[in-house]
Write a protein that binds this ligand. Structure first.
Ligand SMILES: Nc1ncnc2c1ncn2[C@@H]1O[C@H](COP(=O)(O)OP(=O)(O)OP(=O)(O)O)[C@@H](O)[C@H]1O
Ligand SMILES: CCCCCCCCCCCCC/C=C/[C@@H](O)[C@H](CO)NC(C)=O
Ligand SMILES: [Ca+2]
Length: 479
């Protein structure tokens, strides 16, 4: 009888593909590609039996999503989100038997608001965003808010024991920075991310809650930056029409402006944990540091991050000074613009954030610090830079003693005066305040209280894999 054949869809890494097909190894790290494996057998019935059997086996893998809710931001990055999804991602989901409900957003916060109140989430195995870090932030906020409200938890109370989200989040990168995708997958490639979703990978991730005077402001998973990164973001928002290049222009402008800001930082060091911000080791797939530090957290409150005993007032430390930048990196914040990231040894899921304080220094010294983000040199090995791995921190700007001061800043003379000085750096009169850049969004307040929630969400990712992980795999079916 005639030979029958069936092509099976099989997502694999480039290295494994190279092994199967004896091709050259991949040229670009961490990118995955589809491979087609054709099996032949002498009888059609036998062939069909194999096909249905393999499909049944795949469908039985509970971690693989079957129904996904997809939000596309048509204005992310270079405005290619819709095209990227339709051309590169939708065909893969269809081939893998993943059904989707696709929504193209109509305005900012459209996805967030739907998730908060409207969307019927129980029928989905995950939510996917097609866009950049801002779009991810919308999904994150919608899901966390919904989970807390459904569970009767008040998100405005910084001491509340929050309920973790159960729905996994997938990111199809189409933004300007794509920091969260890059730092959890190792590349910002839509096909690679789609394949991680299809195979049902899970990567836990820390989330910081940010409060001001017992009022919830925002959640953060990557960078909270005051001073330099806050100013870069504020300036770049006025240049959104430029696309991703806006960050480079605003970066150079703010570097030349060289504003410093006075304030007080109090922080709660992470005690007894494995790992420091100066480690040579990096957070990688199956990270033992993240696993170990998660286990340190008290059994009695599995969802509660901080041992109450270690959170006593005596453990808090306070620093005052003039800062060019105050950054809290809850993950490395690696992205194509800064491949090492702001804190190269930070961990995705260890329940801590790396608090980086860059004190007032010369332009030349600050440039040395910035350039070390792209070289092998340690960006923290400078006299004016300090870094602490913390569970919680607070910041108060020097002139912000009360809410009335803040109102003055936001509505009155300070703001006007700051604006003039921002635009005329030569006048030498520095503004009193910067803004917080919270994962690419500007916060409305400068005095903030930040707390890390360990492994609070799950992404469709597996962390960055080291090449040797591939070499050790016994066979491609193992992934
Ligand atoms: N339909 C829409 N119209 C206008 N803005 C939108 C729409 N949908 C989402 N947004 C907003 O667009 C902003 C930017 O989106 P996104 O983060 O996806 O792209 P980006 O800024 O280019 O990338 P990155 O955040 O990686 O730098 C987000 O704050 C999001 O809330
Ligand atoms: C002397 C010139 C310096 C140029 C600096 C350019 C800016 C580099 C941007 C690196 C940002 C890395 C951290 C990422 C943070 C994200 O959360 C956020 C949202 O996408 N991105 C930015 C740019 O704030
Ligand atoms: Ca962390």
């Amino acid at each position: 009888s005639a030979e029958s054949s069936e092509t099976l869809f099989c997502p694999i890494s480039d290295t494994v593909a190279a092994e199967i097909f004896k091709k050259k190894p991949r040229s670009r790290h961490h990118r995955w590609r589809c491979a087609e494996v054709t099996f032949t057998c002498p009888e059609e019935a036998l062939c069909q039996h194999w096909v249905s059997s393999i499909r049944e086996q795949l469908a039985a893998i509970a971690s693989r999503p079957k129904h996904l809710l997809v939000y596309i931001n048509p204005y992310s990055g270079k405005r290619q989100g819709k095209r990227i999804y339709e051309r590169k991602v939708a065909p893969l989901f269809a081939q893998a038997g993943v059904s989707t409900h696709v929504i193209v957003t109509e305005r900012a916060n459209y996805a967030r608001d739907q998730l908060k109140t409207g969307a019927e989430l129980q029928k989905f195995d995950g939510v996917v965003c097609v866009g950049g870090d801002g779009m991810f932030s919308e999904i994150l906020h919608g899901l966390i808010w919904r989970t807390q409200i459904d569970g009767g938890v008040d998100p405005n109370c910084p001491e509340e024991e929050l309920i973790p989200c159960t729905l996994r989040i997938g990111i199809i990168p189409a933004g300007s920075t794509d920091c969260i995708c890059f730092a959890t997958v190792g590349t910002n490639d839509p096909v690679t991310s789609a394949l991680h979703i299809i195979v049902g990978d899970s990567q836990p991730m820390d989330v910081c809650s940010v409060h001001h005077n017992n009022t919830f402001l925002q959640y953060s998973v990557s960078l909270l930056g005051y001073g330099f990164y806050g100013d870069v973001l504020t300036d770049s928002e006025r240049k959104r029409w430029m696309g991703p290049a806006r960050y480079d222009l605003s970066g150079v402008k703010m570097f030349l402006t060289h504003h410093y800001y006075e304030g007080t930082v109090s922080y709660l060091p992470a005690k007894g944990i494995m790992g420091t911000p100066r480690d040579a080791a990096r957070c990688r797939s199956g990270c033992v540091v993240c696993q170990h530090n998660r286990q340190l957290l008290p059994e009695k409150a599995e969802r509660y991050e901080v041992d109450e005993a270690s959170e006593s007032d005596s453990e808090w430390r306070t620093l005052r000074g003039k800062f060019l930048a105050i950054n809290a990196a809850s993950m490395s914040c690696a992205c194509p613009r800064s491949p090492k990231g702001l804190s190269p040894a930070a961990h995705l899921a260890d329940g801590t954030t790396d608090l980086i304080l860059v004190r007032k220094c010369s332009r030349f010294d600050f440039l040395r610090h910035l350039l070390r983000h792209t070289s092998k040199d340690d960006q923290f090995d400078l006299a004016f830079v300090e870094v602490h791995r913390v569970r919680r921190f607070c910041f108060t700007p020097r002139h912000c003693q009360s809410d009335s001061d803040l109102d003055l800043r936001e509505n009155g003379k300070h703001q006007i005066f700051s604006q003039i000085c921002r635009d005329h750096p030569a006048c030498g009169c520095a503004p009193a305040y910067s803004s917080w850049n919270c994962d690419g969004e500007i916060l409305n307040h400068t005095a903030i209280d930040v707390r890390v929630h360990c492994q609070f969400i799950q992404l469709f990712a597996r962390g960055i894999e080291e090449p040797k992980v591939f070499e050790e795999l016994p066979n491609p079916c193992a992934i």
